[in-house]
Design a protein around this ligand. Structure first.
Ligand SMILES: NC(=O)c1ccc[n+]([C@@H]2O[C@H](COP(=O)([O-])OP(=O)(O)OC[C@H]3O[C@@H](n4cnc5c(N)ncnc54)[C@H](O)[C@@H]3O)[C@@H](O)[C@H]2O)c1
Length: 447
């Protein structure tokens, strides 16, 4: 393939070297003359393991052509890749000025090129950049109709120091598309990344853009988590590296999709209790652990969002589907749903609850005490059947992914208002009813 690469820093230089090695012809563009000259003389612009021979060979064999003008690059390629810098602005947002000026140069060059051209953004950007910044600028500068420009998002996940090894063995190749139908551009992507065709994952462009930044946030959080645990361990004579080494051996619950799906706040008899234990140990040892401390605050903020979504509905007779902290158990200790019901009742809402796993007369010990302290007349609050709950409710609140009540509501002919706390967009929209134009909140699913 003939590909133009805009921006010859870490990402652009590595991408150019690897694409040329894989048999593609690369037009490598930068606004810094010194970088163009380095590449033209067969030298990489950055220090990176194994990159020197890729650039030297690519240039010597005529598969890397360094140039300063977008026109030459665009006219000699079918696909352009944007790899320019996106540093933080003063307020922490990303400065997209290099992306914008690249799009203008690309667009102007496209004016005099016929046929469809694909522009791939590989720089890290906030969600919406491809659709709201890149495509409109290209269309405006090129004077071409939208359907002659394919804009895709292919974020780069390489790590400096082992960038070529990462390029050659990516965990996945994320490809974001603005259009739902990406069949026109898919063959180009498959050809460009033919070595890892089976790792290509297509996403809507906003999700692809979000995912890139999010992966780095996740890594940053893991480093801080490991360092906080390491510091606590040192203070109490535990080998932190040994503990963390074993922690990651568990790929069922620890390093796995478990506990990583947005939904309800956490609760139950173990997570909050053991988290408090760690924080308390750290306090006794004068070790400050802001990340661990922040977890309880974060969980509480999430509970507040859920409660606000219910109160914002304007309904007074509320039916809650589920009470224990998760389905399949009658453990009510630290269940966020108990706290939610307590709050709503305290605010004068008429709350009825249905949970087939909870038999009030069977509750005992700490479980019984926890709920008695918060919901003293629980038996009066429990619906005997899904039908009882539905008859009572102006609003049904789902806390489970699957339940009898969900099935009844989904199949009901007459509309039943509901709020799904596992659907974060439903919770967000209820709290921020931007489309609310009438007395009835449109964010509540009906029927
Ligand atoms: N460095 C990494 O490890 C890494 C990894 C993954 C993703 N990223 C992301 O990739 C993007 C690029 O990062 P980088 O580290 O390679 O940046 P960099 O600063 O090293 O290089 C960016 C290059 O773009 C050039 N440039 C700016 N405007 C231009 C224009 N209009 N036309 C042509 N070239 C232009 C600059 O002169 C510079 O050489 C950033 O968004 C970054 O967040 C970086």
């Amino acid at each position: 393939m003939r590909i133009s690469v805009f921006g010859l820093g870490y990402v652009g230089c590595v991408t150019s070297g690897c694409l040329a090695r894989d048999g593609h012809t690369v037009y490598a563009v930068d606004i810094q003359k010194s970088k163009v000259e380095r590449i033209a003389s067969g030298l990489p612009t950055v220090v990176e393991n194994g990159l020197d021979p890729l650039i030297a060979t690519g240039v010597a064999e005529g598969r890397i052509i360094a140039c300063s003008d977008a026109e030459t690059a665009v006219h000699n390629s079918d696909v352009s890749i944007i790899c320019v810098g996106t540093p933080n602005a003063n307020d922490g947002s990303l400065d997209l000025s290099a992306i914008q000026s690249t799009c203008r140069s690309l667009g102007l060059a496209l004016r005099r090129k016929s046929g469809r051209h694909i522009v791939i953004n590989r720089s890290t950007v906030p969600p919406g950049t491809a659709a709201d910044v890149v495509l409109p600028l290209l269309v405006e500068a090129s004077n071409k109709p939208e359907n002659e420009i394919g804009v895709l998002v292919v974020p780069e996940f390489l790590r400096e120091g082992c960038a070529i090894a990462d390029y050659d063995d990516p965990p996945f190749v994320i490809v974001g598309s603005i259009d739902e139908d990406y069949s026109v551009d898919a063959p180009h992507i498959e050809e460009m990344f033919s070595r890892f065709r089976d790792r290509i994952r297509w996403l809507p462009s906003r999700e692809a853009e979000m995912l890139k930044g999010l992966c780095n946030v996740f890594h940053a959080m893991k480093v801080s988590f490991a360092n906080e645990i390491g510091s606590l361990c040192s203070a109490i004579s535990v080998d932190g590296r040994r503990v963390m080494h074993e922690l990651v051996q568990d790929t069922k619950l620890n390093i796995s999709p478990a506990y990583l799906r947005p939904g309800l706040p956490f609760g139950g008899s173990c997570l909050p209790k053991d988290l408090r234990m760690m924080i308390s140990m750290a306090q006794s040892e004068n070790v400050d652990l802001p990340l661990l401390r922040g977890i309880l605050a974060s969980n509480d903020a999430h509970l507040q969002r859920a409660m606000k979504a219910i109160t914002a509905s304007g309904r007074r007779r509320i039916g809650i589907d589920g009470l224990s902290f998760k389905a399949g158990t009658d453990d009510l200790r630290e269940s966020p749903i108990v706290l939610m019901a307590e709050y709503l009742i305290g605010k004068g809402f008429d709350v009825l609850i249905y949970d087939p796993d909870v038999q009030v007369s069977f509750l005992s010990g700490a479980n019984q005490k926890y709920v008695q302290d918060r919901l003293p007349h629980l038996s009066c609050r429990m619906a005997k059947s899904p039908e009882d709950l539905l008859e009572h409710s102006e609003l049904v609140v789902f806390t489970r992914d699957k339940s009898t009540i969900r099935t009844i509501v989904a199949n009901s002919i007459s509309p039943i208002d509901s709020l799904d706390l596992n659907s974060l967009s439903a919770v967000y929209d209820a709290v921020h009813p931007k489309h609310d134009i009438g007395a009835t909140s449109p964010v509540l699913a009906a029927g």
